[in-house]
Design a protein around this ligand. Structure first.
Ligand code: NAD
Ligand code: WQD
Length: 349
């Protein structure tokens, strides 16, 4: 039995809720802070239903210093998984200040509160978007970083801040150094196999998988495939899709690594969390049709601004240093997405 208590910021969200399930199932105590700006408290009730365990929930904003200080005083937090943030690329171009305030300032306030409480283990939700365009389509952690939109830049800036924070320990010879894992996600999809928790986007989805499943169930009329003239095997965009449950297992592995010999003297390290192979938009449509028996009505549309033709992860480092690799196949990701969609046609509403 693991008695450690983990603070999960953004724990009511899509990935955070799956992380709560994984943490509770692994014997951790869980405390969630979420302002519910993109989620519902019902999600946390379902997390408790799946695991048969309870968690502590604080409805608050991570930018609220007093609320954070109160949580660190009330609860014996040993580490933080930091998911809270805004994540829509298009919206970040329209509201850059909102994104920098939420994602960058929010993380500063969190890091200050952690520092004051002497809680210095942190697993951060970064993104493959920090890489930007690159010479190779298979991204390794040592590739140059160059995000191309404000959302990606918030992730890049937070990574830089956390690297600086960790580097400062070596200058001042900190007694309890920061131990930080920056997890760069590729394209998380899927849902918990129970169908009780999953992705519940507000309004019309931006991302491919929720869009496809809403077309298949008849909520949306037609998918637009954004471009079929990319220099890829079938002309459509290629991405590395990863099952959300695999993804959150990677977080628990990262947390274990932070407590291991490897991080004994502290450090801040980035890891790709991807499956290491790419699927095209047409691959996704075809597999979706095979797995679900439904037809996905689609048309070819112009390219979407800012999209790259192809990229996927080199996940070797996470395997070597965290002992983690993605296990689930595309079929599983789609079957679980569909199960969630059918059981919750209106999401959590
Ligand atoms: P989500 O929107 O479902 O979850 C984020 C949660 O954080 C929501 O519950 C929201 O209410 C909460 N939140 C936002 N700002 C907050 C604040 N200031 N204070 C407290 N709570 C706040 O998103 P998700 O898909 O679960 O993503 C989680 C994290 O992973 C985000 O940081 C996101 O940028 C990152 N990420 C997501 C993807 C993806 O494709 N989903 C890919 C790479 C990285
Ligand atoms: C996947 C593929 C589209 C919708 C985004 C963010 C990224 C990360 C994950 C947070 C692309 C195509 C999509 C549609 C389509 N999030 N597509 N029709 O763009 O790889 O990544 O989510 O960190 O930062 O940018 O994911 O699911 O939007 O697109 O043809 O209606 O599907 O062009 O090739 P993307 P996506």
């Amino acid at each position: 039995m693991n008695e450690r208590t983990i603070l999960v910021t953004g724990g009511a969200g899509y990935i955070g809720s799956h992380a709560c399930v994984e943490l509770l199932a692994s014997g951790y105590q869980v405390v969630v802070i979420d302002n519910l700006c993109n989620s519902k408290v019902e999600t946390l009730h379902r997390v408790e239903r799946i695991t048969g365990k309870s968690l502590q929930f604080y409805e608050a904003d991570i930018r609220d210093k007093k609320a954070l200080a109160e949580i660190f005083t009330q609860e014996s937090i040993t580490a933080v998984m930091h998911f809270a943030g805004l994540k829509a690329v298009g919206e970040s171009c329209e509201q850059p200040l909102n994104y920098y305030h939420n994602n960058v300032y929010g993380t500063l306030v969190l890091a200050e509160a952690m520092s004051e409480a002497n809680v210095k283990q942190l697993v951060f939700s970064s993104s493959a978007t920090v890489y930007g365009e690159s010479a190779s389509v298979q991204y390794s952690e040592d590739f140059p970083l160059g995000p191309i939109n404000p959302y990606g830049r918030t992730k890049f800036m937070v990574e830089e801040i956390l690297r600086d924070l960790s580097a400062a320990d070596t200058i001042i010879g900190a007694q309890s150094p920061w131990k930080i894992a920056l997890l760069r996600y590729f394209n998380p999809i899927g849902a918990h196999e129970s169908g009780l928790i999953g992705e519940d986007p507000n309004g019309i989805p931006n991302n491919l998988m929720p869009y496809v499943s809403q077309v298949a169930i008849g909520k949306l009329a037609q998918l637009s495939v954004f471009g079929d003239d990319y220099p890829t095997r079938d002309g459509t965009g290629i991405r590395d899709y990863i099952h959300v449950v695999d993804l959150v297992k990677g977080h628990v592995k990262a947390l274990e690594a932070l407590q291991s010999e490897k991080f004994k003297s502290g450090g801040c390290k980035a890891y790709n969390l991807g499956a290491g192979r790419g699927y095209s938009v047409l691959d996704i449509i075809k597999t979706f049709e095979t797995v679900t028996g439904r037809t996905v009505n689609y048309k070819i549309a112009p390219r979407r601004a800012g999209d790259l033709a192809e990229y996927f992860a080199n996940p070797e480092l996470a395997y070597k240093e965290l002992g983690w690799k993605a296990e689930k196949r595309l079929d599983d990701m789609i079957a679980d997405t569909w199960n969630w969609q059918c059981k919750n046609p209106e999401g959590y509403a």
